[in-house]
Design a protein around this ligand. Structure first.
Ligand SMILES: CC(C)(COP(=O)(O)OP(=O)(O)OC[C@H]1O[C@@H](n2cnc3c(N)ncnc32)[C@H](O)[C@@H]1OP(=O)(O)O)[C@@H](O)C(=O)NCCC(=O)NCCS
Length: 169
């Protein structure tokens, strides 16, 4: 399968924040921003793999600065790393004040998506080809995160199995 460049799938979505996205004081809900993050990552993952993709995990997201009604939100997503069937996507969210044009960094997150075949089984995807220095740095950092993530998943599995005998008592 031919490797693909980061630029082949990277995307940026923009959305204006309305009152329906916010609390009565005008602050946009964090959950709504997370939805945009998931959407942006899903689009990049689908463009890279050309398969049905699902969110396997979302790493933490800290909200660094607030977003208000009337702000324009940008979510920039690109593939950082690919495994056999999974890929890590980095998403950076910025808010623009329409009146001033000032941009603020709202937060960033790393999501892992898995490509599935018609039987909902993980299917192989094209490898990512990091080209620029920044893409190469992100690739290495994503590989390190993946290793930590997979160790944590194993830990959770161990905890689940340890609970079964107690549930049977
Ligand atoms: C994600 C899912 C497909 C993984 O299935 P699985 O049977 O555990 O698959 P495998 O063990 O073969 O792993 C497949 C790949 O997913 C990765 N993976 C599995 N669970 C993961 C997790 N929690 N976080 C990150 N990566 C994960 C594996 O590392 C592997 O990657 P690789 O092929 O690149 O090495 C399955 O758990 C699932 O369907 N989850 C529900 C997804 C969903 O509904 N999301 C929300 C709505 S879109």
């Amino acid at each position: 399968m031919k490797a693909k460049r980061v630029s082949d799938s990277k995307i940026e979505i923009a959305q204006l924040m309305y009152p329906e996205h916010a609390n009565p004081a005008g602050n946009v809900h964090g959950g709504y921003i997370l939805k945009i993050v998931d959407e942006a990552a899903a689009i990049a993952a689908a463009r890279h793999s050309h398969q049905n993709i699902v969110t396997a995990s979302v790493d933490r997201m800290d909200f660094i600065s607030p977003v208000y009604i009337g702000n324009l939100i940008f979510a920039k997503a690109s593939i950082n790393y690919t495994g056999k069937t999974s890929m890590e996507i980095g998403v950076r969210v910025e808010a623009e004040c329409i009146r001033t044009g000032i941009h603020t960094h709202v937060g960033s997150a790393y999501l892992t998506f898995v490509a599935l075949d018609e039987n909902d089984k993980p299917i192989e995807i094209p490898q990512i080809l990091p080209e620029t220095e920044e893409e190469k740095r992100r690739f290495i950092e994503a590989q390190e995160r993946r290793e930590k993530r997979l160790k944590q998943i194993k830990k959770h599995e161990h905890i689940q199995q340890a609970c079964i005998p107690r549930m049977n008592k």
